[in-house]
Design a protein around this ligand. Structure first.
Ligand SMILES: *Cc1c(COP(=O)(O)O)cnc(C)c1O
Length: 363
């Protein structure tokens, strides 16, 4: 069976060299005589894996020394409650920018723990843009300001970040490691691994030291960042195999350098947007300045054509192109591990499909 080009939004495509390394080491890792899956999380081998994984994160994202890197579980969705449980502790007030489905979920969780102000939103235009941050006028003192840096479902992305005196908390689930970032601008960054880091089951948290240790008294031990800081993410059994694969992905990124990954991402996205923008059949619902490099929604004039497109794309090995069930249409997720050939083949296919449909309409 040949590999397909998998445009899934998550879990998503992994680099082939990583999958091959996993395969090679699957039955016996190093000299251990066992798989990483079978290994104690307290073994010398695993401790080295998790340490290396952390060091690679620090190196690739140039994480300052006053930040901790945590390997947690529960997905990005657990961070929707973990952040307020730990950070909503002084003014009991947080600010959110609402840019779509994931922002809304984060907001509704945070509301359980304190007062939430939506200081900007793109709901008025179906989340097709990122609100103008120059217009932000933050008057109150907030425990944090939360943003969703890349909106996986709607296909938008921040290009600059809000200026604020409050700690900036960012859900980076779908664009972490896709471009260089200045971690020092953030108080806390979190990301589910299954989009741009590795297999599902692992969540990465990067947290500034001063935000640790202020959790609510009723905060469950497992949801307290302090617990995981003090035990170096080994308080309980972490998702060992996911951490191992994430380490391999980070090594793969390091070989190329994050800048070259970013350049490739720009190129891949441009290829697809350029085609969509000149197309007479397909269009993008997203405003140009706010477009994501990772998740690219597009649509044709009718549901029937969308359906035909998806079926025919599938039959030529271009799979998982359906838009999120909440928005419909199509969406191509082109994370780091999607090779440029995948995007080229998609564009060629779209072009052939367009020609065929337009000819049918004329006839
Ligand atoms: C996928 C996604 C989530 C949810 O992640 P889980 O790990 O499934 O909980 C949250 N935020 C963003 C931006 C996402 O893309």
């Amino acid at each position: 069976m040949e590999r397909v080009f998998n445009f899934s939004a998550g879990p998503s495509v992994l680099p082939i060299p990583v999958l091959e390394k996993v395969q090679k080491e699957l039955v016996s890792y190093g000299k251990s005589g066992m798989s990483v899956m079978e290994m104690s999380h307290r073994s010398v081998e695993f401790e080295e894996i998790i340490k290396n994984c952390e060091n690679l994160f620090r190196e690739l994202l140039e994480i300052p020394s006053n930040y901790k890197v945590l390997f947690l579980q529960g997905g990005a969705s657990t961070q929707f409650s973990m952040v307020p449980l730990n950070l909503l502790n002084k003014n009991k007030k947080a600010a959110f920018i609402n840019t779509g489905t994931w922002s809304k979920k984060a907001i509704s969780e945070a509301k359980k723990y304190g007062e939430i102000d939506i200081i900007a939103s793109s709901e008025d235009k179906n989340y097709s843009y990122i609100p103008n941050l120059e217009d932000l006028n933050i008057l109150e003192q907030y425990d944090y300001l939360h943003i969703t840096t890349n909106n996986t479902i709607e296909g938008t992305k921040y290009t600059t970040y809000p200026k604020t005196n409050s700690p900036l908390v960012a859900d980076f689930s779908s664009n972490i490691l896709s471009e260089p970032i200045d971690v020092s601008k953030f108080g806390l960054i979190y990301a589910g691994a299954q989009k741009n880091i590795g297999p599902a089951g692992l969540t990465i948290v990067i947290i500034r030291d001063d935000l640790i240790g202020n959790a609510d008294l009723l905060c469950p031990t497992m949801l307290n960042y302090k617990t995981h800081v003090e035990s170096s993410s080994l308080y309980n059994t972490p998702p060992t195999f996911s951490i191992y694969v994430a380490k391999l992905v980070l090594e793969w990124i390091k070989e190329q350098g994050i800048n070259s990954i970013y350049q490739k991402n720009l190129l891949k996205a441009q290829l697809l947007y350029d085609f969509i923008d000149q197309s007479d059949l397909f269009s993008s619902p997203v405003e140009i300045e706010s477009r994501s490099l990772m998740n690219i929604p597009f649509t044709s004039p009718s549901d029937a054509i969308n359906k035909q497109f998806l079926a025919e794309a599938n039959s030529v090995g271009l799979v998982n192109l359906e838009g999120h069930r909440s928005v419909g249409g199509m969406r191509a997720s082109i994370y780091n591990a999607m090779p440029i050939e995948g995007v080229e083949q998609l564009v060629q296919f779209m072009s052939r499909f367009e020609k065929k449909i337009l000819e049918e309409i004329v006839r």
